[in-house]
Ligand binder design. Structure first.
Ligand code: IMP
Ligand code: MG
Length: 334
């Protein structure tokens, strides 16, 4: 496995949390670095409990994995401390000294500013915090007494783990269509979400990465404003079983069918070498809880084949249910 970057394909909520929790249990990484910020929620179902993680890396399910927050991340201290307690990872989580801080005033601005409201931001304050950082007036993790016991050098630790030949996961948040550079501007988040940017935020150079895993969902969803090609009515979405609410904000997700052209473009920009497709059981209920390729229905196999053909990369993981282990792991095809 080596160093794997996990990146979202479309407008986030593809199920990166589930894929990362599976990789953590299966490949036993020594380190997982989470990038981005508190606006993204990664859902993990583990040992009968559901976690919606805004700060703690999704690989926490493997109890020997060291969990790190990268220098490019923005830390919401209250949420970070709550999740550290909820997941019981106090002794094995670190925050880079140079990660920047989301202040209460940033959240207030995010919730009240007319322009940001019109974009449908999550209201966590990430955009205003990034703005503060770009002005070079932000406080960093090293300036906060509450974070003192967690402080470290993420780039140094993660590169050491790669040098040692251990498995490492770089956990991307959101999806490429929410990228400040590549997404549907201005209806995007306040950072680049590409695989290259995930590496940059963690402090890992591109030559050190072995696998770029792009995570697609079998249909597309989006929260907030902005284009959504092929958008369905809420009734149609509900009829198909695609209607979802956001793990973080509880907002209703808009939905649309899988977009093959967009999938191809996204795979290129991420430089993806493998793909995961989550929630295939929602499209093809006969696939529910399948753990082998042979157990998938013919129409599901056709869908996988079409994704591989359009993107020119192998589909190595197929999600067939919410649990971390509801997955078809096809890495034998590589
Ligand atoms: P912000 O990132 O809170 O500034 O919000 C900007 C846009 O990105 C809004 O449309 C949000 O709904 C969307 N967004 C931000 N984070 C996520 C995420 O984790 N999943 C899905 N949408 C997100
Ligand atoms: Mg999410």
């Amino acid at each position: 496995m080596g160093c794997t970057v996990v990146a979202g394909a479309f407008w986030g909520d593809e199920g990166k949390g589930k894929i990362i929790s599976y990789l953590a249990l299966k490949d036993k990484p020594s380190v997982c670095v989470r990038t981005g910020s508190v606006n993204a929620a990664h859902t993990v179902h583990f040992e009968g409990k559901r976690y919606a993680l805004h700060m703690v890396p999704a690989a926490f399910v493997y109890d020997k994995c060291r969990l790190l927050i990268g220098p490019g991340a923005n830390v919401h201290v209250g949420q970070f401390l709550r999740e550290v307690e909820e997941t019981g990872v106090e002794g094995r989580i670190g925050v880079d000294e140079q990660a920047s801080i989301i202040e209460p005033t940033h959240s207030e601005v995010d919730k009240s500013n007319g322009h940001l409201r019109s974009l449908g931001t999550t209201g966590w304050g990430v955009g205003p915090a990034v703005q503060e950082r770009a002005k070079r007036s932000a406080r960093l993790a090293r300036d906060l007494v509450e974070l003192k016991r967690f402080l470290g050098d993420t780039a140094e630790e993660v590169n050491f783990a790669i040098d040692a030949g251990t498995n490492v996961i770089l956990e991307g948040t959101q999806g490429l269509m929410l990228s400040l550079y590549h997404g549907s501007y201005p209806y995007v988040t306040s950072r680049d979400t590409s695989a290259a940017a995930i590496c940059s935020e963690a402090g890992v150079g591109p030559s050190r990465v072995d696998t770029v895993l792009v995570v697609y969902k079998a249909f597309i969803t989006r929260v907030g404003a902005g284009v959504l090609p092929g958008e369905l009515s809420k009734e149609d979405a509900a009829r198909r079983g695609w209607f979802e609410t956001a793990a973080g904000t509880g907002r209703e997700r808009r939905s649309a069918p899988f977009d093959f052209d967009l999938a191809r473009k996204v795979a290129k920009i991420h430089g993806a070498t493998q793909a995961a497709i989550t929630k295939l059981d929602i499209l093809y209920p006969r696939c529910k809880n399948a753990t082998s390729y042979d157990a998938l229905s013919e129409d599901a196999k056709e869908f996988i084949g079409k994704v591989e053909k359009t993107t020119s990369i192998p589909v190595t993981f197929v999600g067939t249910g919410p649990g971390a282990l509801d997955i078809v792991d096809r890495r034998e095809i590589l």
